[in-house]
Design a protein around this ligand. Structure first.
Ligand code: CUA
Length: 305
């Protein structure tokens, strides 16, 4: 469903078919000659000096076919590396274990939102380990390596919803490092971006908090249904007394929740690893307040969505 998926598929098909033909051809001739020139039937071997034409033929034809493979792959590869100037730039961060996307206006989401038929350039980075940015339907796969920026560009050609995976084993919750790609029909993307950017003003704090909880990756590690994931469930969290890894106890009030967002590993609940990344600088005070309101609300704390 992207502008490059057709060419990626045809290069892949060409390489696969050519290799299959070569493999079958070579194996078949090998078996044929082993049987035909069996030593029992030909006890006396004949000394052959060589056949120049035969050797030229079986060198030149495969070389040409394999050069086509190179040129075909290379031209498509360079097309995929040359970003059109008008492309919309979205910053992508892959961290253990969630994706986040930042749009030119500063808006951040945990799913990728795009406009159909509009070139987009993704600048990818990772603060921790190598992740693999993979959207099968777009034939896009790019390693995200700590310490350097990677880029990909493409144009989504069909409105709809697609899967996005992490394709590089990156630790405990690697298999949860999933996201969606939402491709908006013409005109809808701008509307979405506008609304999504103002939701703190237009929604109640509880609703805004619920939305943040979903879009900022909290739910990747914290369930709202009582089950433990990488982190403790936040069902009924507000006011709960938790045993801490240090042997003490802590009451989950506004301050503890706020501290857990900004300095997650300061006081860790017993039985869990100190693996949560800090949200310092990634959530504003207003956003943290909204998340706390959501966790306080009977509805939020009872896990009904
Ligand atoms: Cu990130 Cu696997």
């Amino acid at each position: 469903a992207s502008n490059i998926s057709g060419s990626v598929d045809s290069v892949f098909l060409y390489i696969t078919v050519l290799c299959a033909i070569a493999l079958l051809g070579i194996t078949a001739s090998l078996v044929y000659f082993v049987v035909k020139y069996n030593r029992k039937r030909h006890p006396q071997g004949e000394d052959i000096e060589g056949n120049t034409w035969l050797e030229i033929t079986w060198t030149v034809i495969p070389a040409a076919l394999f050069m086509v493979m190179f040129v075909y792959g290379w031209t498509n590869f360079t097309y995929m590396r040359e970003v059109p100037r008008e492309a919309l730039v979205i910053e992508v961060t892959g961290r253990q274990w969630a994706w986040s996307f930042k749009y030119p206006n500063g808006k951040q989401t945990s799913d990728l939102y795009l406009a159909v038929d509009r070139p987009v350039k993704l600048e990818l980075r990772s603060p921790d380990v190598i992740h693999g940015f993979f959207i099968p339907a777009f034939r896009i796969k790019q390693d995200v390596v700590p310490g350097r920026y990677s880029k990909v560009w493409f144009e989504a050609t069909e409105p709809g919803e697609y899967d996005l995976f992490c394709a590089e084993y990156c630790g405990t919750s690697h298999s949860d490092m999933l996201a969606h790609v939402v491709v908006h029909p013409p005109g809808e993307f701008e509307k979405w971006l506008d609304q999504a950017s103002n939701f703190l003003e237009t929604m109640s704090p509880v609703d805004a908090g619920r939305k943040l909880f979903q879009v900022r990756g909290c739910q990747q590690c914290h369930s709202m249904d009582g089950s433990a994931k990488t982190g403790p469930t936040l069902l009924g969290i507000f006011g709960r007394v938790e045993n801490t890894a240090g042997g003490g106890a802590v009451t989950a009030d506004e301050n503890y929740i706020r501290q857990s967002i900004l300095e997650p590993n300061a006081v860790v609940v017993a039985g869990f690893e100190p693996v949560m990344p800090t949200y310092q600088g990634r959530l504003s005070d207003q956003e943290i307040a909204a998340i706390i309101e959501y966790l306080k609300a009977p509805e939020g704390a009872s896990g009904q969505e």
